[in-house]
Write a protein that binds this ligand. Sequence first.
Ligand code: NDP
Length: 255
Amino acid sequence: MTYFNLENKVALVTGASSGIGKHFAKLLAKQGAKVVLGARRKEKLDTVVSEIIDAGGTAMSVVLDVTDPQSISAAFDNIYSHYGVVQVLSNNAGISDSTLALSTTEESWNSVLETNLTGGWRMAISMAKQCVENNVSGSIVNTASILGLRVSMGQSSYATSKAALIQLTRSLALELSRKKIRANALCPGYFLTELNEDYFQTDKGKKYIQSMPSQRLGQLNELDVPFLLLACEQAGSYMNGSVLVVDAGHSISNM
Ligand code: NDP
């Protein structure tokens, strides 16, 4: 289907060494994009790169720490020399530290905000500047969370970072619109990944799942169409500054 055709586009996914980012990288490759997988763990990235190439796609890895501006600029230089300008950015790297507000340390707070918010900002600005310099269109998809729209016990830093990421998305959408760059936020509910697998294996975690409206976690392929809608120019041409919730009604419940 041409709506989701990404042939000749370069797509960069941060946090592509596991979970949602790994899934998005494979999905983008299936749509024909030249995919760049970024994260800190090179071996994990290279395993995914091999899987994509074996399946007939095009991919490379870049070691990238979104908390380190130098690593970001080196990554963009590296990508430019191999593939050209990044036109699709999946700003997906993220961490959480589940701690009650009164026990949260400065170090933990700064680390979550630095990765989830400032890291995303750095990536988006670097990508957008390159698009503008080269006069090409672009799409930024920020992986936020339903916790950017609501709160939960022990998630003050994470929820704050994701709420701010949503506002960053909307601000970028406003400012970059006339430069042919769209920015949208995807807000997943809960999907089993390294980020939360420990919790969802506990009795408390299992009980929590039963309290959700859908009584199950999301499956990664349930993010495919919403993600591609935002990422792809043909599909999402009139979507800018959107906040797309994919959570089977979790965020409208009181759980
Ligand atoms: P994972 O823990 O599986 O993946 C997180 C990814 O982020 C890893 O690839 C990790 O790679 C990367 N990462 C972490 N810190 C950095 C950094 N400083 N620089 C570069 N990469 C970094 O979690 P998920 O796949 O679940 O999370 C992906 C995104 O989705 C996150 O933003 C998360 O907040 C969001 N999300 C997840 C939900 C869920 O239920 N799973 C729900 C809603 C949102 P490495 O360690 O190799 O650097």
